[in-house]
Structures are given as structure tokens and as C-alpha cells.
Ligand binder design. Structure first.
Ligand SMILES: Cc1cc2nc3c(=O)[nH]c(=O)nc-3n(C[C@H](O)[C@H](O)[C@H](O)COP(=O)(O)OP(=O)(O)OC[C@H]3O[C@@H](n4cnc5c(N)ncnc54)[C@H](O)[C@@H]3O)c2cc1C
Length: 365
């Protein structure tokens, strides 16, 4: 039996690919159910990784039914609301968008009933010899496995079996807000955001928003501040908006009109070259393996890892170590290159030369 810890997009893609190969698998997930947490946010699913993973999972057609049309437009505004760059959706569909919750549900529905053990938060893992591991769950129960896959995200419980690396704060945090029924109730902000993505940045701060299905404006405010700044007082809309004094009201309204409490998302990364020596019976995928700054690739990469690992396991029946060796030989260079690229993108978006560096990026694309 193969055991996956974490029913995020990466773990679920792996489970699905294994299922297609008739390989028994169990997914242990800490959340009590699929609906336990809102899976906010819309994801671009890319041709070179996320879509390939969905193809391997036999779910490309199902995915296409849930695409949010028109979401590929991109606009860059100045702090005064002036337009610096405006590119409509070209209709090419290279980066179709889907709500994360919809994508996760497609994967969940594609697995046989009982594959996912919800409400099973792993609290300890003990090697018991010959590549086997015993998992202990928060409720005190245990399970033993011959292949353990850590798909349990940034703060992975499985990762310490392989590596001493821990995520480090990158110096920038996002604050997330949502506006609903935007065209009717927040018309000026809806117009500023347009039909796809909008960003307005200066060194040290920015407002990025995205129109999602059903008239939702989803905003990430970026603030480059030390951790202590965020710890010093509660993160309220007023406190965040005060950092944008003098900015166009249709931009600051994305913060002050937020209809959900602002959610702080401090950004952490693992080292760009994160890798490990082969340890029998255990590996990682997705954020657990290569946590990087957000550049629209993380979920795509997690799914791609899941598909690759599933294929490798299927290619070496009865030889787990050969499968893991092959998977990791692809994983390490791929992740290092992607993490370096993400760091470069992040610098362009949020570094000292923004928004000029972003304009150059989009104008040259
Ligand atoms: C602000 C922000 C914006 C982003 N935007 C995008 C984007 O637009 N596009 C994109 O591609 N990527 C984006 N990403 C990155 C993306 O969210 C991640 O890379 C992706 O979710 C990683 O998937 P995963 O399956 O590896 O892990 P996760 O999605 O983190 O899933 C891990 C799962 O493991 C479970 N779990 C954790 N610990 C345990 C435990 N001990 N026991 C049992 N279960 C456990 C969790 O509950 C969770 O369900 C963004 C990230 C951030 C921070």
C-alpha cells in the first residue's frame, strides 16, 4: 500500500495516477472534510506542467468544463490609477484558469470512495526498518506503510525524514482580501481591475487583484516588511490601507471594502537547490519538496510532481527504490530551475525596480 500525506493538488494528482494504474493508495488528510477550509483563489493551469498532469490523470476534459473564460487579461496600473500596460485576453487559452476548489473537487471525485482518510492529521512518523514507516495521527491511531509520500505542503511533517531544511521568511508578506458582486457593489474597483489580473506596485508594496468567476475580486496586497511589523499589531484593513495613503481610491478600496477579514500570508521558501539523499521508502512532492515564492507555478508543479511520481511507481512494479530514484532524478533539477525562476520573477514584481521591471517583462513577452 502506498501512503500519501496531504490531499492538496499534488497528493491528489498522485493518488489519481496510481488509481489509473490499479495501484492501491491511501491519502491521509488533516482537514476534516473536503469542505473544511475554503480553497480560495483561481489558478492558471499551464500547458507545460499542470495540463500535462491533468492529462496523465485523465481529467483534462473534466477540467475544461470548469475553466473561467476571459481571465487571461493583464493590466499594470500606477498608484494614481493610470494605465501603464493593458493586454486583453488573446483567447489562446494557454493559461486557462480554474478555481482551486473546483480543481481539487475534480480530483477528489475521480478517486474511489474511501481513498482519502479525512481528519487524519499526522503528528509523528517513525521509521520501522526495511523502508517502512509508522504514522501516528492526532487521535492516537497509527498506520504503517511501505512507501510514504510527503505531499503535506510548506510545513511538511514528512520532510524531516529526508532533510534538515526549514522554510525561511523572504521578507515580503501578502494580505488577502475579497470583494463580491464587484460590478454592482464595487464598480470603480471592478473597472480598475478589468477582466483578468491587475497589479499596481512600487518598491516595497503593491496591490495585485484578480477577477474571478461570479464577479469576485480577489486581492493580494504585498508588503515588504520584517516579520516584527506584522507581529506588532493586528492586521486590519485600515492598517494595511494606511500603507497606501495617496493611492487612487479604486485601488485602496480593494483593501478597505474587503468583505472577509484580511488574511496574512507571510511568504517562505526552501533553499533553491533543496534536495536530499535517497532514504528508503520515502519521498516528497510539491511545496513539501520545493517551496518557492508565488509566481503562478507552485500548484502546477505540485500536480506535475504527482503525475511524474505516479508514472515512475507504475513503471517499476515491485521496485520502489528504482521508482523513487528515477522520480527524484527529474524532480531535483526541475525544482531548482523553477525555484530560481520564481525568485527572479519575484524580484521583478516586488523588487527595487518595480514597476519598470514588470513592464519590461510583459512588453518583451
Ligand atoms: C499567496 C499565494 C498565492 C499562490 N498562487 C498560486 C497560483 O496562482 N498558481 C499556482 O500554481 N500556485 C500558487 N501558489 C502556490 C500553491 O498554492 C502551492 O504551490 C500548492 O498549493 C502546493 O500544493 P501541494 O499539494 O504541494 O501542497 P498544499 O496545497 O499545501 O496541500 C498540502 C495538504 O496537506 C495537508 N497536510 C498538511 N500537513 C498535514 C499533516 N501533518 N497531516 C495530514 N495532512 C496534512 C494540508 O491540509 C493540505 O491539504 C500560491 C501560494 C501562495 C502562498
Amino acid at each position: 500500500m502506498i501512503t500519501i500525506v496531504g490531499a492538496g493538488l499534488g497528493g491528489l494528482t498522485l493518488a489519481r495516477v496510481l488509481h489509473l494504474h490499479n495501484i492501491p493508495v491511501t491519502v491521509y488528510e488533516g482537514d476534516a472534510s473536503a469542505a473544511a477550509r475554503t480553497q480560495g483563489g483561481q489558478l492558471d493551469i499551464h500547458e507545460q506542467n499542470g495540463q500535462l498532469a491533468l492529462e496523465a490523470a485523465g481529467l483534462l476534459e473534466e477540467f475544461r468544463k470548469h475553466i473561467h473564460e476571459g481571465g487571461e487579461a493583464m493590466r499594470i496600473l500606477g498608484p494614481d490609477g493610470s494605465t501603464l500596460f493593458d493586454e486583453p485576453d488573446d483567447g489562446s487559452g494557454h493559461r486557462p484558469e480554474i478555481l482551486r476548489g473546483d480543481l481539487r473537487q475534480i480530483l477528489i471525485d475521480s478517486l474511489p470512495e474511501g481513498t482519502i482518510s479525512w481528519g487524519h492529521k499526522v503528528t509523528a512518523i517513525t521509521p520501522v526498518g526495511a523502508g517502512r514507516h509508522e504514522l501516528t495521527f492526532a487521535d492516537g491511531t497509527t498506520a504503517t506503510t511501505e512507501l510514504l509520500v510527503g505531499a503535506d505542503g510548506a510545513w511538511s511533517r514528512v520532510r524531516p525524514l529526508l532533510s534538515d531544511a526549514t522554510p525561511q521568511y523572504v521578507g515580503t508578506s501578502f494580505v488577502e482580501t475579497y470583494l463580491y458582486d464587484a460590478d454592482e457593489r464595487h464598480a470603480a474597483s471592478a473597472k480598475a481591475v478589468g477582466t483578468g489580473a491587475m497589479m499596481a506596485t512600487v518598491p516595497g508594496k503593491g496591490i495585485q487583484a484578480h477577477r474571478e468567476a461570479n464577479g469576485v475580486l480577489h486581492t493580494y496586497v504585498s508588503l515588504t516588511r520584517p516579520q516584527e511589523w506584522f507581529d506588532a499589531a493586528p492586521i486590519t484593513a485600515a492598517r494595511v490601507a494606511a500603507e497606501f495613503e495617496g493611492w487612487a481610491p479604486e485601488l485602496t478600496a480593494l483593501i478597505t471594502d474587503g468583505e472577509t477579514p484580511p488574511v496574512l500570508r507571510p511568504l517562505h521558501t526552501l533553499p533553491t537547490e533543496h534536495r536530499w539523499e535517497r532514504v528508503p521508502g520515502v519521498t516528497l512532492l510539491g511545496d513539501a519538496a520545493h517551496l518557492q515564492v508565488p509566481n503562478g507555478e507552485g500548484a502546477n508543479l505540485a500536480m506535475y510532481d504527482g503525475a511524474e511520481l505516479g508514472r515512475a511507481i507504475a513503471a517499476y512494479p515491485g521496485d520502489i527504490e528504482a521508482a523513487l530514484t528515477q522520480y527524484e532524478a527529474g524532480l531535483f533539477p526541475r525544482s531548482a530551475a523553477e525555484s530560481a525562476e520564481a525568485a527572479r520573477d519575484f524580484e521583478r514584481f516586488f523588487g527595487p525596480d518595480t514597476p519598470q521591471s514588470v513592464l519590461e517583462l510583459f512588453k518583451s513577452a
